[in-house]
Design a binder for this molecule. Sequence first.
Ligand code: NAD
Ligand code: UDP
Length: 339
Amino acid sequence: MAGKILVTGGAGYIGSHTTLALLESGYNVIVLDNLCNSSIESLHRIETLCGKTPEFVQGDIRDRIMLDNLFASNHISAVLHFAGLKAVGESVNSPLEYYDNNVTGSITLCQAMARAEVYNLVFSSSATVYGEPTEMPIREDFPTGVPTNPYGRSKLMIEELLQDLAKSESRWSIALLRYFNPVGAHQSGMIGEAPNGHPNNLLPYVSQVAIGGLEQLSVFGANYPTQDGTGIRDYIHVQDLAEGHINALQNIVQRKGVDIWNLGTGTGYSVLEIIRAFEVVSGRKIPYKIVDRRPGDIAECWANPEKAELELNWKAKRGLSEMMSDIWRWQSNNPKGYD
Ligand code: NAD
Ligand code: UDP
């Protein structure tokens, strides 16, 4: 691709792995991140890993003037848009902050793209937009549901506004990538997920328990209609996810309009299966207790990933044990994340 790829949120968890994959595939990358939930150290480590550095702009996707300058002074051919806030519980307490960051931020970014006539966009969406489907596995043509929190609603709103945008102007080419549950870390153990404060997601919590930073895991409900009663999710290795973005990028530059792809493995695992798999790779016991269901959680959620395989020529390659051992390597090498 002739121009540079702008990666918003490129210092974050998924963005940093994708930035590395882009550099390794020969792309020139500009990372735009306000570092509200990440560290510049992730970019230094990317340089150590691949010998190349992404350009870095510390800034906010809601800053119109900065965006105009950025697009004016660089030949950007596409944007991978990861920037946003993602903590479900926090979104319930701070809805305005979430809608402003995620929805207003995406609008401001798209306006700047349109002014600069950059129409290629890959957006980080989530399986949360499906709500509570009645059937598994989930296909892209299932109707979107009713997300149970402001974070999920912000993702659905952005998807809908991007659909409207593409209808209004035929030059837009947009990929909506609906991630299932991203986990894992780069196999080097040098970049990974470094949540600020108390982890909310299962795997960061489990790995903190494993290194002794947290005492025990709470398993949110063991009375779901699943084989062992705990919730089932489609965990996908972040490296597979990163590779999926490169295939999506290659696809959108060849066509116009909006398209949607699930990025998942097609296999679901229960919370108890995850605990056991983590215990095996880490050799550590994960103490846990069963507590009440977490409000808003659904019993099961896994992808039908065939559309991405057929159209993007992409398929998740890494299995559960690789996901768990890569998290463990990252966590034990970096018990305090990037600090
Ligand atoms: P992350 O918090 O690690 O990365 C997001 C990055 O965006 C951070 O580096 C943060 O500093 C930056 N950022 C936030 N608001 C910004 C703003 N206004 N301007 C500039 N930078 C800003 O999160 P992640 O897990 O890497 O998620 C990336 C994207 O994928 C998010 O949009 C998230 O909603 C989406 N997603 C994540 C998951 C998941 O489980 N991790 C699942 C589905 C979708
Ligand atoms: N979960 C859990 N304890 C935790 C965090 C999560 O039992 O501390 C369960 C949660 O109920 C769900 C699964 O683990 O069944 C994955 O949750 P996560 O928050 O990682 O992702 P979600 O699917 O909710 O986006």
